[in-house]
Design a protein around this ligand. Sequence first.
Ligand SMILES: Cc1cc2nc3c(=O)[nH]c(=O)nc-3n(C[C@H](O)[C@H](O)[C@H](O)COP(=O)(O)OP(=O)(O)OC[C@H]3O[C@@H](n4cnc5c(N)ncnc54)[C@H](O)[C@@H]3O)c2cc1C
Length: 400
Amino acid sequence: MIGFTPTAEQQQLVDTARGFAQRHIRPLAQRARQDGPPQDPWPLVKPVFEAGAQLGFTRLFVPQDLGGMGGTCMDAALLLEELGAADIGLASDYFALTACMPLMAMRAGSPSGEAFLKRFAEAPAMVLAGAQSEPDVAGSELMMAGPDPAFGPKLSARETADGWVLSGRKSAFITNAGAADAYFIIARSDPAQPVFTGLSIFLIPADTPGLTVGKKTKLIGWPLTTHAELVLDDVHLPADALIGQRGGAAMTFASVPEMPIGLAACFVGLARAAFEHAKEYAAERRSTGRPIMQHQTVALKLAEMAINVETARLHVWQAAAACETDPMRAAMLLAPMAKATAVDMAIRNAELAVQVLGGYGVTTEYDAGHYLKDAWIGWSCDFTRDVLHLGIAQALTGDG
Ligand SMILES: Cc1cc2nc3c(=O)[nH]c(=O)nc-3n(C[C@H](O)[C@H](O)[C@H](O)COP(=O)(O)OP(=O)(O)OC[C@H]3O[C@@H](n4cnc5c(N)ncnc54)[C@H](O)[C@@H]3O)c2cc1C
């Protein structure tokens, strides 16, 4: 059995992250909610991201001998819950994604991945992005494609005498597109092979000729984030742009359960923020001579919200702990369970917060309505809840 008491170092990380989130992230998020989403949020976010990188947040998984923090998935879960409580979009897109991407380079098992890790360790304020989904391919196909080579991403990677040429488009959902310094792009290196063996990962610096940022997507929430299409027009790459083995993208992805767990931890933060917001309001607002939290209709909602936070957090911590002890179980079962559950709990808590605030819950003046929109974004990002559940079912039944 394991306990869930943070070590002294972990508590220090939590305290640092909480202070940072209060000082740097929360004011920015409040302004974006009140004033509406900035046209280009990145210039506003950049100094915050750089300050977080200075504190080591983006180097969390980089080994200590390379100048990183040598942290565990549990450390990441603790850190990202704090950042997610202040602003889910900023936490998950800039910090969680950038912190987790180097793991892909680490686990891909190639000299090019190791070389990238060293470069990243020296420039931790580098923003990273990952591009799999494409405009004309259902995002779910990446997970559900099975053995048919007709399904899955189509962006082509053609091998040449001295490297690769990539052509095609990535969907307008690519997180950090435009802000990123480098992209991990999934491409079809072998069109006759299915998703599991036909896709490869390429690392492409943002200023590579032929790579452009296309149409932007506006989300219903996450006002400080940026998502856009990537267009690759005969992008010539050296041979060492290939990260890991040719055809090894799916295996490499599966070897990084920290990615969905990190995202899930951000949603624990959101579930907690919605609870704290509702509790604070319920202590102040009075009806028939007493605070509304003393009315059972409200008290029971607060109790449910507190249970939801613990449920989500326990799922995330269990999955994070398994990354050290049983990474296969973490990847196949516990990480998708944690992501699906944390998002469910965040949505439910945001709904309950809207109810606790009554009419004010549906005004833009209070956070409850913003939390609801923010929480729903989690339902489909990094695979829909249903597709995650199907994947869990397949892993349990051995089907597919
Ligand atoms: C905020 C956000 C950030 C994102 N960031 C990135 C990113 O950085 N990089 C990236 O590559 N992508 C990114 N995405 C894309 C994301 O991964 C996809 O949106 C997601 O996987 C769902 O794909 P889709 O939108 O094409 O939905 P679809 O796959 O079209 O699914 C539509 C509906 O059909 C269901 N469905 C589809 N296929 C099946 C099936 N075979 N079996 C059962 N049900 C099915 C789904 O559950 C869903 O309800 C992001 C998306 C969002 C919302």
